[in-house]
Write a new protein. Structure first.
Length: 484
């Protein structure tokens, strides 16, 4: 996408923001600035297809094996094979639907797999698959098993109430996107990730509901493969595993867990931990350690916990710690703020003033550990809750929005943009009706440059800032919220 945003794109963004976030600070249904609080999905919420066709358990091994199933498509990117409307109840083998050793493009959609299968859908050594709008319920062990695969999308599915395995398990794979699913009540973990690499694994915008039964929301068993140029980029930082925008609640052990086999360079961003825990498991006596985690723009509330036992060089900033969040840090060289951005976290109980009205409290905040004698020092505690939503329309390694801060703000804020080369950019700000209310052109940017923007004449509300160069558009939501 290049050039300016059209008015209908701005309106689409505005409507999306209203639908998801309302018009207040964070704007969700909770009223506490934590963003949207998503209800637990109802029983069989996505079982709406009454046209399922009973189908036996099926095994497809190799590209040619698709030919015997009377499928639409021919396996190309423009005409993928379509497996749809199947209901698989009984399984004579390991999985209700098994696909392996394929490079063909295929889609599994609107299928219902339940009750008898050991595994709902099993993918092994597969490229180019999308699983969408399916219901996988009460299988004997695991919902979806993804092993040694690449370019797999799991989107808009309902997966729930299985046996002793995970709802979605991903092993040694690249380019995996788990998005917008209802993942409810596993006998073990809702999502298990082991050794992501290459293009990485994204777990984004899911409802991860434990109902007091599931062990963990996301269990990261191991993540220590080298990060390559193909890896996921978030806020200018590369990672093999991005856990972003999920609602995480009701897990017996932890909402997100780093297991004891070494977890490095993971990004946990923009999630809501509703009573759940971020922490680690097991003593790292096997020579591994957890390193370089970025934990940013999350909301912890309702007795949630953020506890670091063994972590090294973790960075936590722009998180909201609300409603008696319990914290501890017995790791090494961890920072509960970003020194370059001069941004820490929002602590609901912190009463330090912000007399210069820059969004950061006037002095450091010391938080005593909830379970140990250790103390946590936040050198730049935030005065207002963080609205974590940044809408990225398009970005590249050469051009991206790194941050908008403070956000929410009083109309005066800084946008930090990353450009690989020196170039001129344009900045426009629009209101919710798509009306342009600010424009500045041909601004010189080089590397990680900052631009102060003053919109103090505007009323409280949500605005959209569009930043463009010759090839790429980025858009961020800006919230003006003055304290009364």
């Amino acid at each position: 996408m290049s050039g300016k945003l059209t008015s209908h794109v701005i309106m689409d963004l505005a409507l999306l923001a209203l639908a998801l976030f309302g018009t207040g600070c964070g704007g969700g249904g909770s009223g506490d600035g934590s963003g949207p609080v998503l209800p637990a999905p109802t029983q069989d919420a996505q079982i709406v297809n009454t046209n399922y066709i009973e189908h036996p358990a099926t095994r497809i091994d190799g590209n040619n094996a698709f030919n015997g199933h009377s499928l639409q498509g021919n396996g190309t990117s423009t005409s993928p094979y379509i497996i749809e409307n199947w209901e698989i109840k009984t399984s004579t083998g390991r999985a209700g639907l098994h696909v392996s050793n394929t490079t063909a493009f295929f889609i599994i959609q609107n299928c219902y797999i339940h009750d008898e299968s050991d595994i709902g859908i099993e993918l092994g050594n597969v490229l180019n698959c999308t699983i969408k709008n399916c219901v996988i319920k009460k299988v004997g062990y695991m919902g979806i098993d993804i092993e040694k695969c690449e370019n797999i999308t799991v989107i808009n599915n309902e997966i729930r109430e299985n046996g002793d395995g995970g709802l979605v398990e991903v092993y040694n794979s690249s380019g995996i996107n788990i998005e917008n699913n209802n993942l409810v009540r596993s006998g073990k973990d809702n999502v298990l990730v082991v050794d992501p690499h290459g293009k990485g694994v994204m777990v984004i915008n899911n409802q991860l509901i434990g109902e007091g039964i599931s062990d963990d929301g996301v269990d990261i068993y191991s993540c220590k493969e080298p990060i390559t140029s193909e890896a996921i980029t978030y806020m200018g930082v590369k990672t093999n595993l991005l856990i972003k925008g999920n609602y995480i609640s009701g897990h017996y052990s932890k909402g997100v867990e780093f297991n004891n086999n070494g977890v490095n360079d993971v990004i946990i961003a923009e999630n809501i931990f509703d009573g759940d825990i971020f922490s680690e498991d097991g003593a790292l006596g096997n020579g591994y350690e957890h390193k370089n985690a970025l934990i940013v723009r999350n909301t912890f509330k309702n007795n949630a916990r953020a506890i670091i036992y063994y972590g090294n060089n973790f960075k936590l900033y722009e998180n909201n710690f609300l409603n008696n969040t319990r914290v501890d840090d017995t790791g090494t060289n961890n920072f509960w703020y970003d020194a370059d951005k001069k941004r820490g976290n929002y602590w609901q109980e912190c009463t330090i003033p912000d007399n210069d009205k820059n969004g950061v409290c006037d002095s450091a905040y010391t938080r005593h550990g909830s379970f140990t004698a250790n103390t946590i020092i936040d050198s730049f505690p935030l005065f207002m809750k963080v609205d974590s939503t940044v809408l990225i329309i398009e970005q590249s390694d050469n051009f991206s929005i790194l941050s908008v801060y403070p956000n929410p703000n009083n109309g005066s804020f800084v946008v930090k943009v990353n450009t690989k080369y020196k170039e001129e950019i344009n900045i426009c700000v629009y209101d919710l009706l798509g009306k342009k209310i600010y424009e500045e052109k041909n601004i010189d940017f080089n590397n990680q440059s900052e631009k102060q923007i003053n919109l103090e004449h505007l009323q409280n509300g949500i605005y959209f800032m569009n930043i463009t160069n010759n090839n790429v558009n980025c858009s961020a939501k800006v919230v003006i919220q003055r304290k009364k």
